[in-house]
Structure formats: structure tokens, C-alpha cells
Design a protein around this ligand. Sequence first.
Ligand code: LRH
Ligand code: MN
Length: 434
Amino acid sequence: MAGTYSDPRDRSFIADGNAKLLKDVEADYAALGAILSRRGVDIDAVTATVASFGVAIPSWGVGTGGTRFARFPGIGEPRNVFEKLEDCGVIHSLTGATPTVSLHLPWDHTDDVPALRQRATALGLGFDAVNSNTFQDRPGQKLSYKFGSLTHTDAAVRAQAVEHNIDCIRIGQLLGSKALTVWIGDGANFPGQQHLGRAFERYLESTRQIYAALPADWRMLIEHKMYEPAFYATVIQDWGSSLLAAQTLGPKAFCLVDLGHHAPNVNIEMIVSRLVHARRLGGFHFNDSKYGDDDLDTGSIDPYRLFLVFNELVDAQWRQAPDFQPAHMLDQSHNVTDPIESLMTSAIELQRAYAQALLVDRQVLADYQQQNDALMAAQTLKRAFTTDVQPILARARLQKGAAIDPVAAYRRSNYRLECANKRPASQSFGGGIV
Ligand code: LRH
Ligand code: MN
């Protein structure tokens, strides 16, 4: 296949690409700096804060995603967790914004966990939350999760699911992870199929056992979801159920907000504000959606909503909200793009929303809110959102030795073609998200 390959993780390869873009970035940065200083904002301080932002890559996101109807694998797909890690290394080298990976077990099972950790370290990567999986039956599994897992009416099935989660904690400890994300699809398709109260009680009984197995410095992240795979009732259906469970379990249990797990038009920034108030905001699965849990690229459908979520996060930081330490992770399905390109641009969209939220003049906003000057309060947010922070994002990458234009650098490297040569295509047929 045409095109010479250059390792996109190679610093000098990245610097070569940046050389041509440097003059323009410096000019744009100086111009924006002048605009911001007129607003009393120190652009270098904002850039430093943005440069410190990191988001975790979902291991299941570096392969082509699909739907229940079909999955159309791209070329050079990663075939195992080690190849996924290589791709995550490329994303971090070119963006400087994705220093950790969130694994999914057993999708990322390996017999050699220490070797995996070693390779990650060599790639400059660490591990964020590990994700358990009791929403699928795997070959050789004794008891099926067809009618649920942690909330199944059969205690033996619940015990099997609890055991798997405890196993995930054990593997996570070997990887240096500090959190377990628990998302279950448990629920019902018919009214009457499940006793809504008893199902929640079974959830608490099971998660208490998982909670008891958490190391002292670990967190349990409870992920709610409105529907799918259950289409009438889901046991942990909304932030209320998640918060109730977290408060029942104990101080190491927190709520994880996957943006796509809400009905269209739900005010997610309001949910974030409530979870900050409750000191239980554990983190995010960032993506975007228009209808259901579409798992589209972050900021691709509604960037203003993403900005409003970051506005709440920056406000909480500004107010020094207690126990405020959310874990940032992407959770997307890349059905029609090169996953590496989508993950790079999505990480950058998060930095963009963060940078814009950092430009909100919080004291001025608070004054307008106090005076009920609705228009000027709204304008204060819009002014920040409509500021083109591209020079800040490019400078932040430059400062970290990453690429000013990650997608251009990635394409110039021919990494995907190189992978296609090294990774024979898997003849997989049929649907499924991974
Ligand atoms: C459920 C979910 C969950 C993951 C899965 C891959 O929709 O968001 O976070 O386990 O996607
Ligand atoms: Mn998710």
C-alpha cells in the first residue's frame, strides 16, 4: 500500500509537522492574548490549565463500532488489548490530552497483566476506571444474564456477577487503576415483568458486596442509563436511582454521567450541578447524541450543551466545591470514521469546552444573576462560548510536544495503512457495538 510510514509517536516526526504551522499559531495566540487581556484574562494561565486537562480513552473505542444491525470494520483494526494500547499511545502523542485508558473486562482480557502495564508505561499511558461487563454472556459462562445480573431473581446469578466485579477490581489493582465503573443493563421490557422495588433492593444487596471489596483508595462509579437493552424499566435508570444507591453504599460510591444516557433535551448540566451539590459526582462518559444512546463524537451535535456542562465544572472548581474530583472519560462508538481521528478530535472538543468555560467572568455572571439581569447573564456565557479558543488549544499541545494539527500529522504518518499491513483484517460478520 502507498505512503511511507513514520511513527506518529516519534517526537521529531511531530516537530517536523509543527514547524510549518508555528508562525501562524504564534500570531493567532498573540491576537487572542490581546483580546483576552482587554477582558482581564491572562491567556497563559488559561493555556496552562487547559494543558493540565486529561481524558481517558475507552479501549472499546479504538476499534470500529457498530449497531445491532451491522458493524463495518475499518482496515488495521486492533485485534487485542495490546494493539488497542498502541493506538491509544498514538492518540496521546498527537494530542497530549489522553494520558489514560479505561479498560473493559473481559473484552480486554489478557493472561499477562504486568506486561500490559509495562507496555502502557512505555507509551506514557496509565489506566483510569476499569469497566465490568455483566450485560453479555461469555463462552463457558455457567449462568446467563438474560434476565439480569446484579439484580437477577436467582441469587446464584447475582453471586456470579458480584464475583466478576470483584475480579475486575483485582485486575485493576495490578494495572494501577483506582476505580470500578459498574453499568448494568438489568431491567424489564414489560410492565409487571419485574418488581421495581425489589429489583433495586437486590441491586443494593449485590453492590454492597462489591463495595466491601473496594480497596481503601478506590471509587465505585455507578453509571445510570434511561433504557437499552431494557425497553420498559431499567434498574439504575436515572441520576436519582444512581445517587440513592451511592448514598446508601457509602463514601467511596459516586455517580457517573454518560451524556447519552438521558432522554433528548434533558438538562444534563442541572444533573451535574445536583451531583456536585451532593458531593457524588464521580465522572463522565463523554459523547454526543441526537436521539438515543447514539455514542456520537463529543461536541459533534450540541457543543453548547457540552460547554454548559463544563461551565458547571469550572464553577464548582471556582467555588472549591468539596469532594470535587470527577474522572473524565470518553465513551463513543465510531461507526463511520477512523476511531483514532474521532478520539483525537473528541478529546480536543473537551479541551475547547473547558477553555471556553474558563473564559466565563464568574463574578460578573454572579452579579447579573443576583440582579436578575437575565439577558446579560446569558450574554456573559455566550461571550465565552463564542470566543475562538483554537490558538489556546494549539499552544497547549505545542507546550506538551504534541501536534499542532493532530489529524494532519496522523494522516501524514500513514499509521492506519501500516496497521493494515501488520494486522490482517478479521472476517467478522453481523452487528454489535464492538
Ligand atoms: C452502556 C455504556 C457503558 C459501557 C458500554 C460500552 O451504554 O455506556 O458505559 O459499558 O456503554
Ligand atoms: Mn458509558
